[in-house]
Design a protein around this ligand. Structure first.
Ligand SMILES: [Cu+2]
Length: 108
């Protein structure tokens, strides 16, 4: 009886440590830093090489993780780390590359 009570206490201790670790990992993990996807309407795209230039410009912004083009709509879906950059930096990057863009929508 005495032994089982002791082991129960030990298990409870371990559990509380595990839970505390899990909670701090959740709140501190980079996965918690919000990733957002901004859809940009990009102007001046006149040929099939243009998206490459725009893509390069966007990846030059620290925090940009993914760029997907919709060539028919001339839109770029840019996934970025909200803690590292802003939509303003994205539109500025395309503009500096010669392709001014406007934000269509920003999604979480
Ligand atoms: Cu071009």
């Amino acid at each position: 009886m005495k032994a089982s009570k002791a082991s129960f206490t030990k298990i409870a201790q371990i559990l509380s440590i595990v839970m505390a670790t899990a909670i701090s990992a959740l709140t501190m993990s980079p996965a918690f830093a919000a990733n957002k996807t901004a859809t940009l309407a990009v102007s001046n795209m006149t040929c099939s090489a243009c998206p490459i230039t725009v893509k390069k410009a966007l990846f030059g912004v620290y925090g940009v993780e993914k760029v997907a083009f919709n060539l028919d709509k001339r839109e770029a879906a840019v996934t970025f780390d909200d803690g590292s950059t802003t939509v303003k930096a994205l539109t500025k990057a395309t503009e500096d590359a010669g392709y001014p863009s406007k934000i269509v929508v920003v999604r979480k």
